[in-house]
Write a new protein. Structure first.
Length: 405
């Protein structure tokens, strides 16, 4: 005879997961072109100055500022001895009385310390200009290292790499980068009734695992048999870092996943049952030193269990703070929600968001926890705290956004 569930709070459940000794998975080296969305495992230190050289910010003439110190009193003539372009730097060195024509983005030639804007020069001859204004050192220049200095930490470990970060790495001539390894997640559906059917739950969770930085591994369907469930789980964990089961974790005769986990080795189940509805029969265990999360089979329950147990677990395994796993925003509730059962539990209601001039409005979507249409239309869900019998119309609520929204 099965034992009643010992429900624990969601916070206690995650505390037990956090204390289960599950750490990040170490690092690997990947090409910069493949590093988008990955998490840095080490600081990025610039090997060069950016820009590498002093650059001109204007079209004009590279000159020595000292040559113009009396130009306000007496016009100064300078001989143009060369030209400089971004793709073809000048090979000349500027000496007293000389200038080099230079275009925007070009490196300043040796000897020059400032740029005379082209409109401030009067051309006397083809290779001779006249200056009537004193030009200060450093005018119209972008100094070497003014954007990034050599030896500067430009990105810190733990950063999730964005497209602009990839561009910067390429500009700094990095070909590879060290990142945290992505957790491989085995997804196992359980139940005789699922044989030869499209496994919708597994497809959904696999896409969400990808969005959450993991690598999904679809391990198919295990029939309602303890030995075969155990065998499917242990074989899955041979190639995965974490396993998720869907279904077979309640109190019925064919709910055998818990028995399979406990028979696979110690410690087995760490807890079974959390105080949230739907999703209350979600559970967590450890086999072969690797975590396994049991999720209920009804789709709303599957999603809630995944949200509160799997997402922070993946976050932790990726080397990020687990509390950053959820995207939560505030909205006004469009209509009152009543709760008539499981009052000591947190109660979840899926919502559709509408943007109005006064802000976001959350419309409750009520229905049986097996209704997939609600999930398809929902943007997220609100969570009523324990012992609340209702959430009032126009009340400000926190909406947990579903992955991919």
């Amino acid at each position: 005879m099965k034992q009643p569930f010992s429900y624990i709070s969601v916070s206690d459940a995650w505390e037990r997961i956090r204390n289960a000794g599950i750490s990040s998975l170490g690092s690997e080296t990947v090409s910069v072109s493949d590093a988008y969305g990955r998490i840095l495992a080490a600081d990025i230190i610039s090997p060069v100055n950016v820009p590498l050289n002093d650059l001109t910010h204007y079209d004009g003439y590279a000159i020595r500022s000292h040559d113009t110190q009396n130009a306000n009193l007496q016009p100064v003539s300078l001989k143009v001895i060369g030209k400089a372009y971004p793709v073809k730097p000048s090979e000349v060195t500027i000496r007293e009385g000389e200038a080099c024509y230079i275009t925007t983005g070009s490196a300043l030639p040796p000897g020059a310390d400032t740029v005379l804007a082209v409109e401030m020069a009067s051309q006397i001859k083809r290779d001779l200009i006249q200056v009537r204004t004193r030009i200060e050192p450093g005018e119209h220049l972008i100094r070497a290292g003014s954007d990034i200095r050599k030896g500067e930490v430009v990105m810190s470990a733990g950063r999730i790499l964005r497209p602009q970060d990839i561009i910067l790495l390429a500009l700094l001539n990095f070909e590879t980068v060290k990142v945290h390894r992505r957790p491989a997640v085995a997804v196992i559906s359980v139940g005789d009734e699922l044989a030869d059917k499209v496994n919708t739950h597994s497809i959904l969770l696999s896409r969400w695992i990808e969005l959450s930085g993991g690598i999904p591994i679809d391990c198919g369907v295990a029939p309602d048999d303890v030995d075969r469930i155990r065998d499917r789980i242990t074989r899955a964990l041979d190639k995965a870092d974490v396993a998720i089961t869907i279904g077979g974790c309640s109190m019925g005769d064919k709910d055998l996943v818990g028995d399979a986990i406990n028979s696979a080795g110690k410690p087995g189940l760490v807890f079974q049952g959390i105080k949230i509805r739907p999703g209350r029969v979600s559970a967590f265990g450890i086999i072969m030193g690797k975590p396994i999360v049991m999720l209920p089979g009804l789709i709303h329950s599957t999603i809630v269990g995944f949200h509160f147990l799997v997402l922070p677990l993946l976050q932790q395994m990726r080397g990020l703070p687990s509390e950053g796993a959820w995207n939560v925003i505030t909205a006004k509730l469009a209509e009152k929600i009543h709760f008539r059962s499981f009052i000591p539990f947190k109660n979840v209601t899926f919502v559709r968001l509408e943007r109005r001039s006064e802000g976001l409005i959350a419309h409750p979507m009520l229905g049986d926890s097996s209704f997939f249409g609600i999930v398809s239309k929902a943007d997220g869900f609100v969570v009523a705290e324990e012992n609340k019998t209702s959430v009032e119309n126009d009340e400000t609520v926190c909406v947990h956004i579903l992955p991919g929204v």
